[in-house]
Design a protein around this ligand. Structure first.
Ligand code: PEP
Length: 258
């Protein structure tokens, strides 16, 4: 970790209920008091619960400020797009961040590099900070294509939005083979890809590259977070399963604030 302020982002995926969310937020608020100054904590919750979590977070903001985010966004701003949710709506509900290009959106919902770039720009156009997810599949890693794949995913956004757009964004490296599988990239594997991404961006803008937060995601747990986050170019994590269990998520936040 460097002097960049770490971020720990929870991705609840399609989990939660009014009752379980209230309990989880209450436990997080109570436990985060100690780590809040050392890292930022972002919760990316399902669309139907954004308003609930926004009001719980607002009610307890003196206790522990939590940032609110969504897990996806439409690339369109308004109109006849049944089932879609616009960035302006997310902003209206109190979101500051939104995930774009999560591997589950890329694999199951047709989010290719062009659409991900359009979503990234829609987020920024409406005052949200996109968390751009990139990562390779196991096949791609075994073929030695990790760097080429993540560079292509990143370059699609740079080509569409310009490199300066990364100034108001967060990058998340999430190897697809590590998401929800219990297989974590080793700290060295994570560091190597993070360093590659930072170097790749530095060929456009060295200052921006130095300041950009790059999160690692993929089976981060309380037991492996500290070592992953201690890597020079790892600025926190994007946490799926473990973000649903207050004590695990709190332990991960502490590891990022260490
Ligand atoms: C994710 O959903 O982005 C993720 C990294 O999940 P998990 O931590 O469960 O692997």
């Amino acid at each position: 970790m460097s002097d960049r302020i770490a971020i720990v982002a929870g991705n609840w995926k399609m989990h939660g209920s009014l009752a379980s969310n209230a309990l989880l937020i209450q436990r997080l608020m109570a436990g985060l008091v100690d780590v809040r100054a050392k890292c930022q904590v972002l919760l990316c919750v399902p669309f139907p619960y954004l308003a609930q979590v926004a009001s719980l977070v607002a009610a307890g903001s003196g206790q522990a400020p939590l940032l609110l985010g969504a897990q996806d966004v439409s690339e369109h701003d308004v109109g006849a797009w049944t089932g879609e949710t616009s960035a302006a709506m997310l902003k209206d509900l109190g979101c500051s961040h939104v995930l774009v290009g999560h591997s589950e959106r890329r694999s199951y919902f047709g989010d290719n590099n062009v659409r991900v770039a359009a979503k990234f720009m829609a987020a920024q156009r409406n005052g949200l900070c996109p968390v751009l997810c990139v990562g390779e599949t196991l096949d791609e890693r075994e073929q030695g294509r990790t760097e080429a794949v993540v560079a292509q995913q990143l370059d699609a956004v740079i080509a569409a939005a310009g490199v300066a757009a990364l100034d108001n964004a967060v990058l998340a490296y999430e190897p697809v083979w590590a998401i929800g599988t219990g297989k974590t990239a080793s700290p060295a594997q994570a560091q190597a890809v993070h360093a590659f991404l930072r170097h790749h961006i530095s060929t456009h803008d060295a200052t921006l590259a130095r300041q950009l937060r790059i999160l690692y995601g993929g089976s981060v747990k309380a037991g492996n977070a500290r070592e992953l986050f201690s890597q020079t170019d790892v600025d926190g994590g994007l946490i799926g399963g473990a973000s649903l269990i207050a004590e695990d998520f709190l332990a991960i936040c502490s590891a990022a604030g260490a």
